[in-house]
Write a protein that binds this ligand. Structure first.
Ligand SMILES: CC(C)(COP(=O)(O)OP(=O)(O)OC[C@H]1O[C@@H](n2cnc3c(N)ncnc32)[C@H](O)[C@@H]1OP(=O)(O)O)[C@@H](O)C(=O)NCCC(=O)NCCS
Length: 247
């Protein structure tokens, strides 16, 4: 498919279009990560050059968000708090004038009308070349293994070992990265933490949560833990750090 790539630097209006797509493709609860909600807007102003759109006939067919940060330890030591941590670390490094050496992917989203046309491969490849052209040593991603939502009771350690008959990962999204040359680095068990009152979670999921326990929720990779006495429901999403060595 022929497409053009633009950044939010070239057209700040992109954010509004990205937000529209985000609301269409993600389960509601994902939109309530407190760290994301505090920082997302600033991503488009502070790091506009790393927020890209793929345009087909003038329409946003897909987009990607990323943030640079500085990491001098081994990639094996990247934190358990994956996605939430990366977002905070990028802003922290920026305000401390720390020179980043890594670009970190935060989201890749394909407009529903353009899904299943192999566009995800192109977007990841575009992000990799942006990382390379900006002098970064690595492009890393805390990958959300999207098909795990169908297997919420399987431990993530087992799930990421599942393979298809060709030896590639069973999970489609992890597979895209592996096919493009990423190394599966480690699991980050608490990549995204979304706490809320039980009423909030009931609203986000359209489910009643009348007693304490673990709930299987549509779109969630692991169960949501509910504590009636404390009036809290918590979701801690596991992701998988993958890394591309660029130079
Ligand atoms: C995940 C996402 C980016 C994939 O993009 P896509 O356009 O739907 O998928 P592609 O056509 O590029 O295919 C990528 C791989 O997924 C597989 N795939 C696509 N749709 C699938 C489905 N519904 N079920 C199982 N596998 C699927 C494809 O077969 C392909 O794997 P292969 O090349 O080994 O055959 C897209 O579905 C999306 O935006 N989802 C919501 C947001 C999200 O989960 N983003 C990723 C985490 S940030």
């Amino acid at each position: 498919m022929d497409y053009t790539v633009i950044t939010a630097m070239e057209n700040p209006e992109q954010k509004r279009m990205h937000d529209e797509i985000t609301h269409q493709i993600w389960p509601e609860f994902i939109l309530h990560d407190p760290i994301s909600n505090q920082n997302w807007r600033n991503l488009y102003t502070t790091f506009a050059e790393y927020q890209i759109s793929i345009l087909i006939d003038g329409e946003v067919a897909g987009f990607a968000n990323s943030i640079p940060f500085c990491w001098c330890e081994s990639l094996e030591n990247l934190p358990e708090e994956g996605w939430d941590w990366a977002l905070l670390k990028g802003f922290e490094d920026k305000s401390n004038n720390k020179k980043p050496n890594i670009l970190c992917g935060l989201q890749i989203a394909i407009n529903r009308n353009y899904q299943e046309h192999r566009l995800s491969y192109s977007i990841v490849a575009e992000m990799k070349s942006i990382a390379y052209n900006n002098g970064f040593k690595y492009f890393v991603v805390p990958v959300r293994p999207n098909l795990k939502s169908k297997y919420p009771l399987i431990p993530i350690e087992d799930y990421i070992k599942w393979e298809n008959s060709d030896g590639y990962p069973f999970d489609p999204w992890l597979r895209v990265h592996v096919k493009l040359g990423a190394r599966v680095t480690k699991i980050c068990h608490e990549a995204m933490y979304i706490p809320g009152k039980i009423g909030d979670w009931e609203k986000w999921t359209g489910m009643k949560m009348p007693g304490s326990g673990n709930y299987v929720v549509d779109g969630a990779l692991v169960p949501v833990r509910v504590d009636i006495i404390k009036d809290i429901a918590e979701y801690s999403e596991p992701n998988i750090w993958v890394s591309y060595y660029l130079r």
